[in-house]
Design a protein around this ligand. Structure first.
Ligand SMILES: Cc1cc2nc3c(=O)[nH]c(=O)nc-3n(C[C@H](O)[C@H](O)[C@H](O)COP(=O)(O)OP(=O)(O)OC[C@H]3O[C@@H](n4cnc5c(N)ncnc54)[C@H](O)[C@@H]3O)c2cc1C
Length: 386
């Protein structure tokens, strides 16, 4: 086993560490949290200029053709500085480029991938519906009826990250009402500015600089050539997108955990009580040690998943485990971090409160911890509990 990064991977890490130090200073990150619903355009342009939007897109379509390990390295550096920015930077690749790469046709690849890689196009995944996200097969109601050279889409979607700035929506719709749901879903690329689409922001607790929305489709016309892959095979195609996304979410939680740890450690080394720094009290040392243990466990499992993915092995169960372990690390780091700061942890001007608000989103999205555990349990051969 080799736990060392290659020279190229070290270079990528250093490049993004330097980028974060220069472009994602704490005051700016705080300003985005208070004022932005998405990373500002000039920041997105700077990220695109160093290749961030095309990390995993093959070189022939304008990307860098890198793997999951390199993507984790980039996203870990960005998420440690600002998890919202990391999500803004990753969303179009995960939800626009990946489904097209996995199942799109050559025309779609040539049309969209270079423009995602350059940062010209932004994208969202419109899967979850108001009736539920966990039991999506039971909850989905949005329909697409074929009418000549187009589909007519009606319905609504809930919790769609980045839709308010997106150019396109990877949208999961019912195309056959007569069969079991999983055999009647399709994936459509929908122009987010199409007539009949209304997008409304949802106010949320954290992750402010990567806003979330509800979307309404009222007789939206979508050209048939915007079907991704095979009609009615959308459910199976979607699974290819969601497993890698679990690694991505894990890295976001890891970034939150590392940021909260760094903040709390720094505070513990400076704050004085009883004539000593509070970092000399054993209980606070144990808090920090406990966080560090969780962070290291999460990092190891995440990079193992990335390696499994890059080497073409199955990683669905490990990705569900990584998602949970990383969430736990971020929860512990945010909670103990606040405790280490004492009363100041509760003040909005200290960043630890942002980590406390941000980590919570990762527990439900893209799948809840409870559901992730269901999948893990099923992998032991236990009966399906849902
Ligand atoms: C901020 C945010 C951003 C999001 N971004 C996107 C996005 O970009 N695109 C998108 O499509 N979706 C997005 N989502 C949706 C997200 O994937 C769903 O919230 C998630 O799947 C959970 O669905 P739900 O919120 O409807 O909860 P529900 O499905 O109603 O679940 C409620 C509770 O019941 C539990 N539960 C349900 N079924 C079971 C079971 N069988 N066993 C045990 N427990 C169970 C759940 O774990 C949860 O605790 C986002 C959500 C949030 C909060």
């Amino acid at each position: 086993m080799d736990f060392l990064f290659t020279d190229e991977q070290n270079l990528i890490r250093d490049t993004y560490r330097d980028f974060a130090a220069k472009e994602l200073k704490p005051d700016y990150v705080r300003w985005m949290d208070e004022n932005c619903s998405f990373a500002p355009d000039d920041l997105m342009e700077k990220l695109a200029a160093i290749g961030t939007m095309g990390l995993t897109i093959p070189e022939e379509y304008g990307g860098s053709g890198l793997g999951s390990i390199e993507t984790c390295i980039v996203m870990e550096e960005l998420a440690t500085a600002s998890v919202s920015v990391a999500m803004c930077a990753g969303i179009s690749q995960a939800f626009g480029a990946r489904p097209i790469l996995e199942n799109g046709n050559e025309t779609q690849k040539r049309e969209y991938l270079p423009r995602i890689a350059s940062g010209e196009l932004k994208w969202s995944l419109a899967l979850t519906e108001p009736a539920g996200g966990t039991d999506i097969l039971g909850a989905i109601r949005t329909t697409a009826d074929k009418n000549g050279d187009h589909y007519v889409v009606n319905g609504s979607k809930q919790w769609i990250s980045g839709a308010h700035v997106a150019d396109y929506l990877t949208t999961v719709v019912i195309t056959d009402r007569e069969v079991k749901r999983k055999n009647g879903l399709s994936i459509l690329i929908i122009d987010a500015k199409s007539p009949g689409i209304t997008i409304r922001p949802i106010k949320k607790l954290g992750m402010h600089a990567c806003g979330t929305n509800e979307i309404f489709f009222d007789n939206v016309k979508v050209p048939v050539e915007n079907l991704v892959g095979v009609e009615n095979a959308g459910w199976y195609q979607l699974l290819m997108t969601l497993n890698p996304e679990r690694i991505g979410t894990s890295v976001f939680s890891l970034g939150i955990a590392q940021a909260a740890f760094n903040y709390a450690l720094n505070y513990a080394q400076e704050r004085q009580a009883f004539g000593k720094t509070i970092g000399s009290f054993q209980i606070l040392q144990h808090y920090l040690a406990d966080i560090a243990i969780e962070i290291e466990s999460a990092r190891n499992l995440i990079y193992k998943c990335a390696w499994l993915c890059d080497t073409g092995q199955r990683f669905d169960v490990e990705a569900s485990m990584a998602k949970i372990v990383a969430c736990r690390a971020s929860e512990l780091a945010a909670r103990h971090g606040m405790e280490i700061l004492g009363g100041y942890g509760y003040a909005m001007e200290f960043d630890i409160q942002r980590h406390f608000r941000d980590y919570k989103q990762m527990q439900f999205s893209p799948i809840s911890d409870e559901m992730a555990k269901n999948y893990i349990a099923q992998s032991f051969g236990l009966p399906r509990s849902f």
